[in-house]
Ligand binder design. Sequence first.
Ligand code: MSK
Length: 658
Amino acid sequence: MSDKRSMDPAAVEMLKRAEEMHLSTAFSRAEEMKPCPIGADGRCCKICNMGPCRLVKEGQTGICGATLETVAARNLARAIAAGASAHSDHGRDMAFALIAVAKGEAPGYEIKDVAKLLAVAQDMGLETEGREVEEIALEVGQVALSQFGQQRGELIYLSRAPEPRQEIWRKLKLAPRGIDREVVDILHRTHMGDDQDAEHILHQALRCSLADGWGGSMIATDVSDILFGTPSPLVTKVNLGVLKEDEVNVVIHGHEPTLSMAVVDATRDPELIEYAKSKGAKGINIAGICCTSNETLMRQGVPSAGNFLHQELAIITGAVEAMVVDVQCIMQALSDLSDKFHTKLVTTSPKVKIKGATHIEFDEHRAPEVAREIVRLAIDNYPNRREVHIPEVLADLVPGFSHEYIRYMQGGYYRASFRPLNDAVIAGRVRGAAGVVGCNNPRVCQDEAHHYIVTELLKNDVLVVQTGCGAIANAKYGLLQGEAALEYAGPGLREVCETIGIPPVLHMGSCVDNTRILTLLTEMATEGGLGSDISDIPGVGIAPEWMSEKALAIGAYFVASGVYVLFGVSSPVEGSEEVTRVISQGWEEKVGGKLEFEPDPGKIVEKSLEHIDKKRKALGLVEYDPSRFGRSGDRRMQEWLERREKGEPVSLYKEAAP
Ligand code: MSK
């Protein structure tokens, strides 16, 4: 049974163990409880106490007369608002952290990337000449914070988008005024008795999503880079095999990098390592899950224990002394599950408490102290370990592709640009680009759609960028290594990867770092030769195994930025033909991007390639023809491939510093 639940051998092994131990997991619960068919299709309205109303018959309305399209549109808009809130609140907390660092009130943190600080300050229109770094950082933090409560005007970062895109937003009144304002607007207009025009409700959903993508999330990415460094490639490892049998294992899970970075530092503290040894362990091992993992993977090469559906499986190894969580994507089931093992579940955010967990509240003003307390708790728990079963499954990956690095790698400091990539697309070496992102969902086989879609796209010379749990999914199967280009990429894409020395799948970061993809698309659009707007680029956005409201917010802001977005699994608006039409055809006519839900991964690939070719044709580019390329071939790379086939350890990159 387990092999249908996941394509990951480590997950299959742990699910067998779960069955033997009679443990429930998200995988087993998904089999036991089917989705409510009324809610799943967007037909359930529970926004007032006259209902909940279930609109299951043709022409049926709610007690108030609300039609199916109004109900489905309201449900989708509210989900997008919730997703935008989660991302943006993360951005707000990062801005508070930056202010605290600038004021010297946050021991243990520093401004790691001054160049990024200056670039952001310039984008905000701030004076940088002759000013102290801390003074600039303080003002950047304050301006970032002001974006949340701003009531009129438009968000500063909109000016980063290609000009034609900005004009569309202004003309259609889609330019967000302030981040919080757009979220509140949705909650207001979807309250009983307000906006009842599906298209009008969904228009505001687009505006709210833009406040996330070009607002809250972009602030989160920028401030994280300023405080913790803008990522560049390094080698590290992924999957449950990164847990250590003879060391104290601390797993960090959630999203915000502030605490996790401090915990990483604490696990490297010689005094705490000695303390761990005094308890019989050989040392302290740290690994991540979900997007906290992506934050620390991208910058410090901290190994990843896996994606969303690995959170319970990590505990089932019996080897995790502490699972430290902050916000988002944390299953409540972790609490009961940890009780069955020796694992301490530690909640740290003032916003998140879970019954049964130990709460040690994080405060950026005393981060090292809090982090040390947590690591000490994990060490004290090591002697309580019982039977341990860690799957010997792990893979190498090369994360760290910030858009700054992608620009740099195409010409170095001497002439960094997006010219080589644009030229490769123009010539047809690279057919187009795809962002394949998002979660795992136990309603479908774990990682299968991520892996299938990405390998098919690579075969068709489509360069893939990834974030979030999708990136971790494909990292587990070796797609995020340079050698993957030889194995999976079509001839044109392979040449480009060989020339630049990159994997064919570029890991760009966590959920909030989807904003890096917006910047990458903007760079491609403004570099020349591929039109002048994001909607001109032969590219698509795909979330094959989505599950969270944040994924919907991301999908919507890519659509509003001009991208064709395809979601797998199922449609939350399946019940309404009208809403399905508005978000696809309707949005395409309006903003050039559209949102479709397509459960069949094969059709996702087909539709993606069709769209890429349509955009190539509209730009007047040569027809894609793979037989024209593939004459190059670095002999060393062929040798690497042969060595790899023999099972010898090979890598094109240096190991990350421990
Ligand atoms: S963690 S939102 S499961 S990508 Fe960002 Fe993964 Fe989706 Fe959470």
